[in-house]
Write a protein that binds this ligand. Structure first.
Ligand code: PMP
Length: 443
């Protein structure tokens, strides 16, 4: 069927109607018209395997989630100032998934808002503002979040590091100064957080309010921290009088396979946990969970109200997402498919000299491309070329990391071995084609 509004027409309208700071994927722009499990279907009816959308956690247009939205939207949708068992049922079920005293939830509409609230809770409780962040971190799109996101403020269009923010060295065991996943490497990187804590004390005469980090770095290029890194960092931050916040927006909710939360891989328990993206499967839902003690301190007289956060439709969605994760055993799928994919990537690395590093946990993985295995010269153009090549074959992925040379994979969790094979076969062909066309092919 002929599409009355093909991509070229939409692109022209978009240039006039939508703010130009919004980018669009691929040189050959795609118009998606339908989603189905791990698949996206474009205007011409072509099916693409989605290997990168971690928001649609339980699959595009998951029927249970769609039914939950429709059902609750037809019954009641209002704010949280009336009693409802939905928000209580969901809070109790969600916090049951968390260790320790992490038993009090706040519901908001985006990861940005959730991180904003997490920092407000920490800063209010501690009565100070300074924050230690990781290099290349991204925590959201608001002014307050760009301030704690070196990935944004250090880049083009950014601004100088705010004086209340200290940037700790990126604990990258492949490219950073300390190599490998050992505890020695973890402790060495954690030493840089000690430097940041001292810098805060020297500047302000007191400790930092908080340390915030993803449990595995997403925009930093799927970087898994060395063993013991967060453990050592949390100890130091707490000893200095600060709180620890885990941003689980990308890596939470069973994606890493072995555990439900990314921080569990590092053997730590945060003071505040931030969740977003997958929690609503694309419906705007995000959450902050903290301890009763911190929640009580935050209730200092100023109300926290959120027009949409925690509404009955969102709560029904959150519940449906957990039902599907548990009902379909998706954490186990992430573990098994994830291991299989990582094995195939490692096998590919034996034939593809461009592959410098294969890393990740579960269905959260990355393949870093380099031109030289010794100097680690980034193969940025090649990474873009590979992503475009597999797109031509009908598979969607992306590149990321500070050098934009990491192939990034974080598919919907309904990604089985069959889907992993489609992705990996496409990658094999792309690497072979690139090798056959010579080093200048990628430009
Ligand atoms: N934290 C992390 C780690 C993220 O990846 C993102 C989004 N890319 C956010 C926070 C912000 O979430 P949102 O876009 O929902 O505001």
């Amino acid at each position: 069927t002929l599409d009355p509004h093909p991509p070229a027409e939409l692109l022209a309208r978009r240039a006039r109607a939508i703010g130009p700071s919004l980018s669009i994927s691929y040189a050959e722009k795609l118009k998606m018209v339908r989603g189905e499990g791990p698949w996206l279907i474009d205007h011409s009816g072509r099916r693409y395997l989605d290997a990168v959308n971690n928001i649609t956690h339980v699959g595009h247009c998951n029927p249970q989630v769609v039914a939950a939205i429709a059902r609750q939207a037809g019954i009641l949708n209002t704010n949280t100032r009336y009693l409802s068992e939905l928000i209580l049922d969901y809070s109790e079920r969600l916090t049951a998934k968390l260790p320790g005293d992490l038993k009090v939830a706040y519901f908001v509409n985006s990861g940005t808002e959730a991180n904003e609230l997490a920092l407000r809770i920490a800063r209010t409780a501690m009565g100070k503002k300074s924050t230690v962040v990781l290099d290349w971190a991204y925590h959201g799109n608001s002014g307050g979040m760009v301030d704690v996101s070196p990935y944004k403020f250090k880049r083009k269009g950014g601004y100088p590091q705010p004086d209340f923010v200290e940037i700790a060295a990126f604990p990258d065991p492949y490219r950073g100064p300390h190599k490998g996943m050992s505890e020695a490497s973890g402790r060495a990187y954690a030493g840089d957080v000690a430097r940041c804590l001292e810098a805060v004390r020297a500047k302000t005469g007191t400790s930092a309010a908080a340390f915030i980090a993803e449990s595995i770095s997403g925009v930093g290029g799927q970087v898994v921290y060395p063993d013991g890194y967060l453990k050592s960092v949390y100890e130091q931050v707490r000893a200095a009088g600060g709180l620890c916040i885990a941003d689980e927006v990308q890596c939470g909710f069973g994606r890493v396979g072995e555990t439900f939360w990314g921080f569990e891989l590092q053997g730590v328990v945060p003071d505040i946990v931030v969740m977003g993206k997958p929690i609503g499967n694309g419906h705007p839902l995000a959450a902050v969970v903290t301890t009763r003690e911190l929640a009580a301190t935050f209730a200092n007289g100023m109300e926290y109200f959120n027009s949409f956060g925690g509404n009955p439709v969102s709560m029904a969605v959150g519940m449906a997402v957990l039902d599907v994760i548990e009902g379909e055993g998706l954490q186990q799928t992430a573990l098994e498919t994830g291991r299989y994919m990582l094995d195939r990537f490692r096998d590919m690395a034996r034939r593809a000299p461009l592959i410098g590093d294969v890393r990740g946990r579960g269905l959260f993985s990355g393949v870093e491309l380099v031109r030289n295995q010794e100097t680690l010269e980034p193969a940025t153009a090649e990474a873009g070329w590979i992503v475009n090549h597999i797109r031509q074959q009908g598979v969607l992925a992306s590149t990321d990391g500070p050098l934009d040379n990491v192939l990034k994979f974080k598919p919907p969790m309904v990604f089985g071995r069959a889907e992993a094979d489609i992705l990996c076969d496409a990658l094999e062909r792309a690497f072979a084609d690139l090798a056959a066309s010579g080093p200048s092919a990628a430009g």
